[in-house]
Design a protein around this ligand. Sequence first.
Ligand SMILES: *Cc1c(COP(=O)(O)O)cnc(C)c1O
Length: 245
Amino acid sequence: MDHGISMHVDAALGGFILPFARKLGYDIPQFDFAVEGVTSINLDTHKYGYAPKGSSVILYRDPELFSYQVYTVGDWTGGIYFTPTTLGSKPGFTIAATWAAMLYLGEEGYMKITKEILETGKYIVNETRKISELKILGDPLWIIAISSDSINPYVIMDYMAQRNWHLIGLINPPGFHIALTYRHTLPGVKESFINDLRESIKDAIEKGQPTTGMAPIYGATAFLPKDQLDLILKYVIDWLYNPWE
Ligand SMILES: *Cc1c(COP(=O)(O)O)cnc(C)c1O
């Protein structure tokens, strides 16, 4: 602020939860334009806005900032060209479906979903804290990162995958996380998550690392240098895009 430097807030994941959480009485610190220095915010309608992938929103504090986003070619022989987004041709379907999702749910719908997600989060945090082998990282609401000091968390994650929980691995520290959605608030789901966690820990202790899974790959991130890892990831992309070679 004092130095005229812009401040962007990435509210991709939290943008459609936190404002409603605050209205529900959760103690949510200010993160949006209420903070004087914040100049732009993105939030993903395609996540907790329940709109299709491909839709997202960027907000600017002032229209001048937006003007830098607009790309124009006034002297193109094919005519004039201008676009405010990276995509020139955009699907109208995505915009219409986003509009429909937001009107269908309304503030009331977003409040209801947020309330259920946060209550499910509270349950999972509390129950996970009772499992002595596990520890919760930080003090989360609905995106819950779990680590362990006594068991390789990637092995637990692999046994969870065998039980159809496709969790996302974390590095530094090693762990995994679950981002709760409306599906997880349906009857019985949170209980089976905790149950499966306990069973997966038992498997990890009794059977060790399973023969298939992500544990060795995530494990490699602990000792491979960053540039070698980046290279491997590039090879994977090459391989994905060149299936005939
Ligand atoms: C999802 C997400 C992004 C990326 O958004 P895409 O629309 O998937 O490109 C960026 N930041 C955060 C915090 C996110 O959750």
